[in-house]
Write a protein that binds this ligand. Structure first.
Ligand code: NAD
Length: 381
């Protein structure tokens, strides 16, 4: 097994999750980290020896095979390009970039120079998401999918005092609920069904048009007490309702929310086929419901001895031992480093730079639809 040496750039909520997941693989050493904010202290807290306040210094000074980019969205393009110009493979957090032009430039550079680039749509790696994909491929749902519904719902931005850099469109891009979590939902749905969304109709709601921005920094998903604030005008959506039309004629409907009290991080996918339907709710992520019209319904439980080979591929523990969010990162990175080892992404199942470009195209169409209040055709570029 080839050993890899990597650097992690951005050590906030998700950068820390990357470090932890990488260490579970066994063949990847996190040699260095970079973050302009308290990097030495963050590195020391997780036992990484080399800490840099600038990603350029990390890339220039370390002998690396790959970098993981876990920084705010607006910085993804420049960091990924710099890493690739230095010959490094890249695992980039979603959303891929903040524009189609940036996404195209990254894809073209990677393809021209034979660089493997992954986008961390890790939620694809949930065993029951893979099981849904395998069951659709087996024809369990019948010869047609009629409709797909669900959403991705959270509550961490419910109050006007909740703050994150994601509320600033200069850092996060022109959509928020959709690009932050909706892109995960549509990525999973397209990957499970093999269908492509070809048209979209979106409607946005900004619950707090003025938010209170704390004076000082706030970590993602943390709450704040005793803070001082300034008023901050918000121009991105807290809620996004979206209708899709897929390339087989199926209809899709989904809601994305960051303001639904009590829903911490719920993803729901419902697929209605001509013979059977599927329902998956990640709040019970190790179970998958199969609905039938003329027979008993079934609950599939995550068990490598029972599920389809595709799902088994992303399971590390026996039945009855739940696997969840951090495990999807481990599986995603395992398949990414397998692809690097064999210098091939054939059958890798993970999201790659091309999927990141697709993500940005859909995201742009959702935004234009909400702004123009009409159906928008999703064209490939
Ligand atoms: N795949 C997932 O499930 C998932 C979940 C959460 C976040 N994300 C994505 O991860 C990225 C980071 O989100 P987060 O929630 O961890 O944010 P965060 O605010 O918790 O952390 C971001 C970190 O990046 C650092 N940073 C900012 N600019 C930098 C630069 N130029 N170089 C190096 N470090 C820099 C910040 O100091 C901070 O420590 C975003 O793109 C987000 O969409 C993905």
């Amino acid at each position: 097994m080839r050993k890899f040496t990597v650097g992690v750039i951005g050590l906030g909520f998700i950068g820390m999750a990357h470090v932890e997941a990488l260490r579970r693989l066994g063949n990847v050493e996190v040699a260095a980290v970079a973050d302009p904010d308290s990097c030495e202290a963050k590195a020391a807290s997780i036992g990484v020896q080399h800490a840099y306040s600038s990603y350029k210094e990390l890339i220039d000074n370390e002998k690396l095979d790959a970098v993981h980019i876990c920084t705010p969205n607006s910085t993804h393009f420049e960091i990924a390009m710099y890493a690739m110009e230095h010959g490094l493979a890249v695992m980039l957090e979603k959303p891929f970039t903040v524009s189609i032009d940036e996404a195209k430039a990254l894809c073209e550079y990677a393809e021209k120079n034979g660089i493997i680039g992954g986008v961390n749509h890790s939620l694809r790696m949930n065993p029951m998401v893979m099981e849904m994909k395998a069951l659709v491929q087996k024809g369990l749902l019948g010869d047609r999918i009629y409709a797909i519904s669900g959403g991705y719902i959270q509550d961490w931005l419910l109050y006007d005092t909740d703050w994150s850099w994601r509320l600033d469109s200069k850092l996060s891009g022109k959509t928020r609920a959709f690009s932050d979590i909706g892109t995960h939902w549509i990525d999973m749905v397209e990957n499970i069904t093999g269908l492509r969304a070809v048209e979209v109709l979106a409607e946005f709601e900004i619950a707090h048009k003025i938010r209170k921005k704390p004076v000082g920094t706030v970590q993602t998903f943390s709450s704040s007490t005793g803070m001082k604030y300034t008023d901050f005008p918000v121009d991105t959506e807290d809620w996004c309702s979206v209708l899709f039309r897929f390339d087989n004629g199926a209809i899709g409907s989904a809601n994305m929310s960051q303001i639904t009290a009590g829903r911490k991080n719920q993803q729901i996918i419902d697929i209605s086929g001509s013979e059977a339907s599927l329902h998956w709710d990640n709040e019970h992520s190790n179970e998958l419901w199969i609905g039938r019209r003329d027979e008993y319904n079934q609950i599939v439980v995550k068990d490598p001895g029972l599920v389809e080979p595709l799902a088994k591929r992303v399971i590390s523990y026996p039945g009855g031992h739940n696997e969840g969010f951090p495990d999807t990162f481990k599986q995603q990175f395992r398949l990414f480093y397998d692809a690097l080892e064999h210098n091939s992404t054939e059958g890798a199942e993970i999201s790659l730079f091309r999927d990141g470009l697709r993500e940005m195209i859909v995201n742009d169409c959702v935004y234009r639809s909400a702004m123009e209040r009409k159906w928008i055709r999703i064209e490939e570029v």
